[in-house]
Every structure is written in structure tokens, then in C-alpha cells.
Design a protein around this ligand. Sequence first.
Ligand code: ATP
Length: 395
Amino acid sequence: MAKERIGLMGGAFNPIHERHLAIAACALAEARLSRIIFLPTGNPPHKREGLADAEHRFEMTRLATLGEPRFAVSRIELDRTGVIYTVDTLQLLRQQLPDADFFYIIGEDTLLDLPHWRTPDRVFELCAFLVCRRSTWDASDHPTVEELVARGAKLQYLSLPPLDVSATDIRKRLAAGETPPEVPPQVMEYIRIMGLYGVPARPEGAAEMYPRLRLALSDRRLLHSLLVAATARDLARIHGQDQDACELAGLMHDCAKCMPLQTLQRIARDRRLLLDKETLANENLLHGPVGAEIAENEYGVCSPNILSAIRCHTTGRVGMLPTDMILFLADKIEPSRRSYPGLEEVRALAGQSLVEATLRSMRSTRQYVSRQKAPLHPMTQRVITWLERLPQTKS
Ligand code: ATP
């Protein structure tokens, strides 16, 4: 039987960026790998200036790779103490996966540092290398590729053209208040929540809420929540609303989404929530009002505007505030949302008019529900009628 071909991508990932992901995707295709394991380094015994804690770097790497099922993140280097050598990691992996061939993916800069690794000859026996060219690398001080090959290194160059992106430069731009486009949006959101790399920690309280939310949600739902938070923040900025409030509403809006219907119904009963029978019978609707209850009582969210936005994010409500509309829309248009008829139109409208975009989105929901031959929640129809009569509405 052919051996499984597994890519390994080691690094500090301080933070992970789009270039790391592009290199991994290229390696996957060009070396016909079945999967790639990312190996964030642990905390070194003497912490380097500017190096975020290993748990943060692990979580950012996990978040960045959630959308690709062939990417996984290992704690193998995190859970060891002292100085960690690649050769030890490779030996451990070889024991765990004896029937695999390993391909270590590295930038050319790292490759040429290889002779300084511990026992490079043993490393050459344990894995082959997939090398990505790097434009800022200076060849003069380094051994040539031929020398490495003569020592037994198996090398394959990836076709990706060099690109000047480095985590060092990204950290500098973050500290200067920029939002570097090379940072995936969910990672940027995590950086903001945790206040890493000199970015002020915001919204207030989110860093304490995050670990609990991470346990309460599936990975997919957590990714969605981070992207809704980032989108809600952008919409709040465009429309002059409270950015922190909208961002926190986005982060927390699905805090009850992964609960089974019976649990949601029990909480609704215990907390005496006044709800109609359609909402009570459907987890897709009920997680809104129950979520607001949980956000308030278990996570300590106390802003009435945030709680209102969470409560009505599934059906909307007559008299929706701008913050309600921002969460409603962010939930519908965040970048990982699967395409649906009208999505691009709602995205474009959301930057111009909250009312128009909410109306367009609700009409699209009405069409979808009618195609499914399912009943439309009466509140959604009432909200559509209310929005149609507002002076801001054009048609
Ligand atoms: P720093 O600037 O902090 O050194 P980095 O992104 O270069 O950050 P790591 O996070 O350790 O460093 O990178 C993981 C791997 O990705 C390394 O093998 C590195 O050489 C490679 N790599 C990172 N950025 C690039 C790039 N722009 N081109 C090619 N390889 C890269």
C-alpha cells in the first residue's frame, strides 16, 4: 500500500498569515499531500521579545486553518518543555505515524539555516523538504542547496513566486494601529479580543468570555461568530454606531446555538421567557432569545442594545434599532457565509443603508422559506411590512 504523504509546517506563527496558508495550499497540491499538520512552536525557556504566548499562537493557527479539512494543528511542540528540536518532533511523529512519509515545508531562509539544527543528518533521514522561495533572503552567508543535497537532504522547490510577507513586519503594522490584509479576519478578530501585539484589547470583557464560548460552540460556529463580530464592527464604523457593542453582539450572538432544542426549551421555561409557539418549537429561532438570556446571566453582558440585537437576530423585530440591523446583517453577510440568492446585493446594500439591506435580506429569507414550503415566522412578515413603510425605503 502507498504510504500516506503528510506535510509538516513548523513555525512560530506569531501570528499566522495568508502567506503561510498559501504555501501550505501550494505544497498540498504540488507534492500530492493528503494533509498538512501545522506545528506551532512552544514557549522557549527565555521568551523572545514580541513572541505571543504559545496558547495564543496555537489558537490563531487553529482558527486560520479551520476552513480547510486537510489542515490540522498539533500541540506536539507546545506540550513539551525546554528547548525543542525539530529532530525530536520528527522522531515522535514517526512513532505515532509509522506508515507515513513526511514533507517538511519551509521558507528558503529556514532551509539554509538547516546545518545549524540539531543532528541535521538524522533530520534528512526522517523527512523530505518542500521549499518556498523567499525574496528577502540573502544567499551570501549560507551553504548552497547543492551542499545540502550532497549531505542527503531531499528537496523540492514549490512553484510559488517569492513574496515579501513576514510576521515580523505584520507585528510592526499591528502595533502601529493598522489592520494588515495578510492576517485572516478571524485571526485579526482574535488578536483584537485578546489585545495581542500592542493592539488594544476590545471589546471590554470579550477576552474573559472567549474561552467559555470556545467550549460552548463547534469550531464552525466559533469561526462564524468571530467573522460576524468583525463584520459587525465594520458596519458599525460605516454607519456611525457603537463599534464595541456591535462587535460583542456579533461574538456572542450564537452562544446558545449549539444547544439541543430540549435544553433551549427548558431554559426558556425556567427563565419564563414570553415566546410564541413557532419560536419555541424551532431551535433555529429559539437560540436568539435564549442566547440573550445566557449572554446576560452567564457571560455578564449587560448592555440592553447588545442583548436586544442577540434576542432578535433570527427573526428581526418591528422597531429594530441600527444595532439590531447591524447584527442581523453581519450574520447574513460575513465572509465565510455560503452563497445564497441575493447575498452580493445584501453585501453591497449593507455598506449604504441598513434599512434597505435588512429589507432585501428579509425578502430573500421569505423567498427561501417559501421555496422550502416552510411557514414564514409571522414576525418576519411584520418586519418586512414595517421596513417597507419607513421613509428611508426606496421601493
Ligand atoms: P518572522 O518574521 O517572525 O520570522 P515568519 O512568518 O517568517 O515570521 P514563521 O512563522 O516561523 O516565520 O514561519 C513559518 C515558516 O513559513 C518558516 O519556514 C518560514 O520560513 C516560512 N515563511 C514565512 N513567511 C514566508 C514567506 N513570505 N515566503 C516563504 N516562506 C515563508
